[in-house]
Design a protein around this ligand. Structure first.
Ligand code: ZN
Ligand code: ZN
Length: 335
């Protein structure tokens, strides 16, 4: 209480008080970069002493929610197909799983800044905060039913299902990053080892639920395209829809996502991504979320999150070619 705030931390305080989180993080980064002796083991305690509990927790949130600078919500236009979702020779593009949007390389598709950007000494606090946020978001996502089948508006449904895949995959990317960090904490974070291991375990469980969701959405896409193929009068549309259907069906059942945006290294190493590959071909869940299995594990009683929320953009035109994430717009015009 009796420690005066250092002058170089004043801009951080001012920005946090004004709710300018991005600025707060920038000022904080500058302070850590320019003040010798800052960083490492004692950093978290020192920062809390400087800011007080409330602003300290604001800063941790700001770091946890700082957006990646290389993408929009974890996605970039797939460079293999340039967002067209299929290759020149009419095959579905594997890199983006036929969705047109691929994971950003910087953040692994999470859309939040990588932990390398977070000063050592603050990382364990930030990974815990971010994991809580992602678990909450994942829980919300899993509680939403997948869009029900409706033949009238196939385009819209295709987009909605693609978004369901991409949103789940975004959180998978974030959980993968968290697990990666928890597995290899820096020297300075060793005192947090036990809580990090707990975080990793919780993230792993959540990831396996999200991964099931990805497969359910892919299956629903396969059914949608099969429907389209059945009902189309136009032979080239029919062929295309049937190609897509087969592809999504295959992807939904495949044991490995290696080589695609759905693959996540640490989760793969933990066998999360293979564990829910369906052994039998059909299980017909009408609405995936009706399987009351979305009780998410939690790290701690999670506080209500403000933030960076996902606002589905209702004005978005469904894109015939790639499937798009909320807020994600491919450069190309429609077909
Ligand atoms: Zn692609
Ligand atoms: Zn990114």
């Amino acid at each position: 209480m009796s420690h005066p705030t250092e002058s170089f931390m004043q801009p951080v305080v001012a920005a946090l008080k004004a709710g300018r989180r991005i600025d707060a993080v920038r000022h904080f980064q500058a302070a850590v970069a320019h003040q010798t002796g800052l960083g490492g083991a004692g950093l978290a305690a020192w920062v809390e002493q400087q800011l007080g509990r409330k602003l300290n927790s604001e800063l941790v949130k700001a770091l946890a929610q700082y957006p990646c600078m290389g993408c929009k919500k974890g996605l970039v236009i797939c460079e293999d197909c340039e967002g067209r979702a299929q290759t020149d020779d009419q095959r579905m593009c594997d890199k983006c799983t036929g969705l047109g949007a691929a994971n950003c390389d910087f953040c692994g598709g999470s859309g939040w800044i990588t932990y390398r950007f977070v000063p050592v000494g603050m990382r364990s606090a930030v990974v815990i905060e971010r994991a809580k946020m992602v678990l909450n978001k994942a829980q919300e996502l899993l509680a939403e039913p997948l869009p029900p089948p409706g033949r009238k508006d196939a385009k819209r449904q295709r987009v909605a299902l693609g978004q369901a895949v991409l949103r789940a995959n975004r959180y998978l990317g974030a959980l993968d990053n968290a697990i990666g960090l928890c597995k290899r904490p820096q020297q300075q974070e060793h005192q947090a080892q036990a809580s990090l291991q707990r975080v990793a375990a919780v993230c792993r469980k959540a990831a396996s639920r999200l991964e099931k969701r990805v497969r359910q959405a892919l299956k629903a896409l396969a059914r949608l395209e099969a429907d389209q193929a059945r009902n189309s009068q136009n032979s080239s549309h029919r062929d295309r829809a049937s190609r897509r259907s087969k592809y999504f069906e295959q992807r939904a059942a495949s044991a490995s996502f290696v080589g695609t945006s759905l693959d996540h290294l640490h989760l793969r190493e933990l066998d999360v991504l293979a564990s829910s590959a369906p052994a039998r071909p059909k299980s017909t869940p009408r609405s995936a979320a009706s399987s009351r299995s979305h009780g998410m594990p939690s790290i701690a009683p999670a506080p209500a999150q403000e933030d960076t929320r996902e606002t589905p953009d209702s004005t978005q035109e469904p894109d015939e070619r790639g499937v798009t994430d909320p807020g994600w717009r491919p450069a190309a015009s429609g077909e």
